[in-house]
Design a binder for this molecule. Structure first.
Ligand SMILES: NC(=O)C1=CN([C@@H]2O[C@H](COP(=O)(O)OP(=O)(O)OC[C@H]3O[C@@H](n4cnc5c(N)ncnc54)[C@H](OP(=O)(O)O)[C@@H]3O)[C@@H](O)[C@H]2O)C=CC1
Ligand SMILES: CC(=O)C(=O)O
Ligand SMILES: [Mg+2]
Length: 405
């Protein structure tokens, strides 16, 4: 067993299984406490909430509670391993919600393999929550699950693998492009992985100014092109009229590689054919499309990021969902819309340009860190994230008319 594997299993098992527990927020010791917390006192907030549903935000934990919900159909890059096997990841997301933004979260793993079962189950449990964070649901079903739930519910429904990932990738990419003296409008982008993360990243990059004709999307069958008859509507939106067929073809002279697919798909010899000063976001988890040491051995002008915590430039949705939901919950937003997402992108990319506090250097065992090829995006432990990202999202919710506070 490798050291990491043993340590990871011990971390999850000891001293007690799992990573989170429930804590009380009110005294519950005396007869009077019990009379207030439970019967007869608890009947009072029940009656208030029946009269006015928004009173649930005053008298219960709804306004600070997110459901982290998965059916386990696309767990990280490990594929469909079922609802139960997704529990460590969902507990982990709940832990990060609490640790980084003091948002309470329940992990909920549901045996719901179809869109219909997923939508029905989540919709029925929605009254509990101030927001729903969908996680690790395979494409294309995830798009329809999210769309239907957004239509049915008046709380934010946010598929983290789509939008959380897209926001962080966009923030990191804007900074990396600036360092490489390139622009989003002019850059040729290759995205490998046409699932939840890939489609959402490209949609957000288009909203930020990327040009569709400069984007090559690649799935497990190769380049997504207009001659293919096996494309779902989400992929078809990015179908190019092109003679490019393989990832290797698409990479020649490309400025940006975005990987949200599977490990080791980017060969170092293909990386060498990319344009000068390329940017490689190899975001597959737990193992990236190319390892940073392999990429940097192939060429030294590359800016390299992965989704992992153990390399520089962690482009991972952990930087997004806790802080985005914090802002959305504080605004009692009914949704997380494009204005709020772009506000989060801008806040994250701007924060990376500021001097890094000592507490972050200590957490990463570093002497110094400054905006540049090895630091394009803030570290998740940066306490300033909680100041700037929720505020940006909150203000955008108010400005776009979806706040209810
Ligand atoms: N760093 C981060 O923050 C995040 C990273 N990820 C990572 O991104 C990856 C994808 O996640 P997600 O979008 O949720 O998963 P999905 O299941 O929705 O999509 C996976 C995509 O990868 C494609 N793919 C699989 N194998 C290959 C291959 N050999 N060549 C080219 N494409 C391939 C699939 O192709 P096809 O459509 O043909 O089946 C599909 O389009 C995972 O590794 C995940 O860990 C995801 C979210 C956040
Ligand atoms: C980070 C994440 O959400 C994923 O890899 O699926
Ligand atoms: Mg995920």
């Amino acid at each position: 067993m490798t050291d990491l594997k043993r340590k990871a299993l011990d971390y999850h098992r000891l001293p007690r299984p799992g990573k989170i527990e429930v804590a009380l927020t009110k005294p519950c010791e005396t007869q009077e406490d019990l009379s207030l917390a439970y019967t007869p006192g608890v009947a009072q907030p029940v009656l208030e909430i029946e009269k006015d549903p928004l009173a649930a935000y005053e008298y219960t934990n709804k306004g600070n509670l997110v459901g982290v919900i998965s059916n386990g159909s696309a767990i990280l890059g490990l594929g469909n391993r079922g609802a139960l096997a997704s529990k460590p990841v969902m507990e982990g997301k709940a832990m990060l919600f609490k640790r980084f933004a003091n948002v309470d979260a329940f992990d909920i793993e549901i045996d719901a393999p179809t869109v219909e079962a997923m939508v029905e189950t989540v919709a029925r449990m929605a009254p509990t929550f101030g927001g729903i964070n969908l996680e690790d649901i395979k494409a294309p079903e995830c798009f329809e699950v999210e769309r239907q739930l957004q239509e049915k519910l008046d709380i934010p429904v946010f598929h983290d693998d789509q939008h959380g990932t897209a926001i962080i990738a966009a923030a990191g990419l804007l900074n990396a492009l600036e360092i490489q003296s390139k622009t989003l409008e002019e850059s040729r982008i290759v995205c490998v992985g046409a699932g939840a993360a890939g489609i959402a990243i490209l949609q957000l990059l288009l909203a930020l100014g990327a040009r569709k004709e400069n984007i090559a999307l690649v799935d497990s069958k190769g380049v997504v092109h207009s001659g293919r008859d096996d494309l779902n509507p989400y992929k078809a939106e990015f179908a190019l009229d092109t003679s490019l067929r393989t990832l290797e073809d698409a990479l020649k002279n490309a400025d940006v590689f975005i990987g949200v697919s599977q490990k080791d798909l980017l060969k170092p010899e293909w990386l060498k054919t990319m344009a000068p000063k390329p940017i490689v976001f190899a975001m597959a988890n737990p193992d990236p499309e190319i390892r940073p040491e392999v990429a940097l051995a192939a060429r030294d002008d590359v800016i390299m990021a992965t989704g992992r915590s153990d390399y520089p430039n962690q482009v991972n949705n952990v930087l997004g969902f806790p802080f985005i939901f914090r802002g959305a919950l504080d605004a009692r937003a009914s949704e997380i819309n494009m204005t709020m997402k772009i506000a989060a992108v801008k806040a994250l990319s701007e924060l990376a340009r500021q001097p890094v506090p000592q507490v972050v250097l200590d957490a990463y065992g570093l002497e110094s860190l400054e905006f540049g090829p090895d630091y394009i995006i803030p570290k998740p432990t940066d306490p300033r994230l909680l100041d700037v990202v929720p505020k940006a999202v909150y203000d955008a919710a108010v400005a776009s008319g979806v706040a209810r506070i």
